[in-house]
Design a protein around this ligand. Structure first.
Ligand code: GLN
Length: 239
């Protein structure tokens, strides 16, 4: 018997979904099922009504042009996302949508793409792309992933990072921060995809959603041997 239904919202699957980011959605759905929950996938596309009763929100990265396509819709649904964030709905935003969960991303061609300001951050395109394997230390253990971005993200004073860089560039290649946290909302530059190789982080998102909706989380024991092997190999990859 199912322990209950979790509705997983994938934001902009057509425009913002590169370097395997769809794997994050798949991992949340599969692991929620393995833990005994029913997972329902819901998608949001630009111009469509924003769905209701959402328990987890996942968003990915994209080209500057993809960010340009979704920006108006993101501003339209921004107040709904703020409300969910303040209601402790867990969310994971990778790269391009991480940037737009901050105040803005100014591209190399000088366009300023406005964001919704859940994170107190701003992002300016830098002179070179930051590309390669990344390892960071976070409250969810060591995360391994892969970054590819022109944007350099600066955190305001008091804006917590998701992690600190062990290997790679992270937010800006300078201050050794990676990603950002607001309540249960997590932003990160790590593609890969991130969650298949970092099951503890995936389970933390599922746990937060289950606690919020059902008041408890009853995990099952999952055999993570292959994920552990993948983590080990990813950690040893050259930058
Ligand atoms: N277009 C953005 C940048 O280059 C985001 C890239 C991404 O999502 N991988 O910084």
């Amino acid at each position: 018997m199912s322990k209950g239904t979790l509705r997983v919202l994938h934001l902009y699957p057509r425009e913002m979904n590169i370097y395997g980011d769809w794997g994050n959605v798949l991992t949340i759905i599969r692991r929620a099922e393995w833990h005994g929950y029913t997972a329902e996938l819901v998608q949001h596309h630009p111009g469509k009504p924003f769905p209701s009763d959402i328990d987890i929100v996942i968003g990915g990265g994209g080209q500057d042009s993809g960010q340009g396509v979704v920006k108006d819709d993101l501003l339209t649904i921004g107040s709904k996302l703020h409300k969910l964030a303040d209601d402790d709905v867990p969310m994971l935003m990778i790269c391009g949508l991480y940037q737009l969960f901050g105040r803005f991303f100014k591209t190399a061609s000088g366009d300023e793409i406005p964001g919704i300001g859940i994170f107190k951050t701003e992002t300016h395109a830098g002179p070179t792309r930051l590309i390669g394997n990344v390892v960071t230390k976070t409250p969810f253990g060591e995360l391994v992933g892969y970054e590819n971005h022109s944007g350099l993200t600066m955190l305001d004073d008091g804006q917590p990072a998701l992690g600190s860089i062990v290997k790679g560039a992270g937010n800006n290649g300078q201050d050794r921060t990676e990603g950002a946290i607001y309540r249960c909302v997590f932003g990160s530059y790590l593609h890969g995809s991130l969650l298949p190789k970092n099951p503890a982080f995936a389970d933390a998102l599922i746990e937060a959603a289950a606690h919020r909706k059902f008041g408890s989380f009853e995990p099952a024991i999952i055999d993570d041997r292959f994920a552990d092997l993948a983590r080990g190999i990813a950690k040893k990859r050259p930058r």
